[in-house]
Design a protein around this ligand. Structure first.
Ligand SMILES: O=C(NC1CCCCC1)[C@H](C1CCCCC1)n1c(-c2ccc(-c3nnn[nH]3)cc2)nc2ccccc21
Length: 233
């Protein structure tokens, strides 16, 4: 029987990550805004770029609190942030979408996102991902550690020392595996399903630049930070 309990060191690591995850929340909640009013594609695109810009800043602060991240090669730190920013945005969007709220609010939110200006061909993969994340009913520790695991993906472009990243990611995976067994004892394959979502997330993120380009409006404006991170303009 493998040692299942989370040892002291892993508990400290988990606490550090969850505290950072909670400290760095998105300031203004996009769901509230969307539930209030229906906006034009131009206003929605502006809302997206504002939310995504602030989320990147929040992501950088969160990442600095991942134990071991700051001791990685400086350029690799940038490569990991750049390589995971879109996935982290969709993961956070999925968590916003699956937040506990009255059913009619979820329905209105879905309607608003569907009618926001995003091209129709991306709706199915996007909402399949959101719903598959929602079905998992992740606790916030799992959400925080899953985000850290996404950032610590060794095979991002331009990473010079993937082994160093892999060592950090494996530490996170070990904690997440134990947490899943403890939090969802009745679901044998919960941990495997959780990791399967990261594959779906990577696929969804492959559509991203095409999605951005085909929002039903012209003249897409981006912030300087998004130009850097999203490789646009
Ligand atoms: O603001 C948002 N997400 C923020 C959430 C918090 C972290 C930073 C991103 C967008 C909304 C913007 C306004 C119009 C409707 C969508 N959003 C998205 C979403 C939709 C399309 C693209 C995209 N990317 N490239 N082309 N389209 C990205 C994100 N999914 C959401 C699910 C629930 C709630 C909001 C959601």
């Amino acid at each position: 029987k493998e040692k299942l309990e989370i040892n002291r060191e892993q508990r400290a690591l988990m606490k550090a990550i969850v505290d950072a995850y909670n400290r760095h929340q998105i300031p203004e909640d996009v769901a509230k805004k969307l539930l209030q009013d229906q906006y034009s594609p131009e206003e929605n695109f502006l809302l997206l770029t504002e939310m995504a810009t602030s989320q990147v800043q929040v992501l950088v602060e969160f990442t600095k609190n991942i134990p071991g991240f700051l001791s990685l090669d400086r350029e690799d730190q940038i490569a990991l942030l750049k390589g995971s920013a879109v996935e982290a945005m969709f993961l956070r969007s999925a968590q916003v979408f699956s937040r506990k709220m009255p059913t009619e609010h979820t329905d209105v939110l879905e309607e608003r996102v569907r009618k926001s200006g995003i091209p129709d061909e991306f709706m199915t993969p996007m909402f399949n991902f959101y719903k598959s994340i929602g079905e998992l009913h992740m606790v916030q520790e799992e959400q925080a550690i899953l985000t850290a695991i996404t950032i610590l993906t060794p095979d991002r472009p331009y990473v010079k020392d993937p082994q160093a990243v892999e060592r950090l990611q494996e530490t996170m995976l070990d904690v997440l595996r134990k947490l899943c067994v403890l939090q969802h004892p009745q679901e044998q394959q919960y941990f495997a399903r959780l990791l399967g979502r990261l594959t779906e997330l990577r696929t969804l993120s492959h559509y991203h630049s095409e999605m951005l380009a085909s929002w039903r409006m012209n003249d897409h404006k981006f912030t300087p930070l998004l130009c850097e991170i999203w490789d646009v303009q």
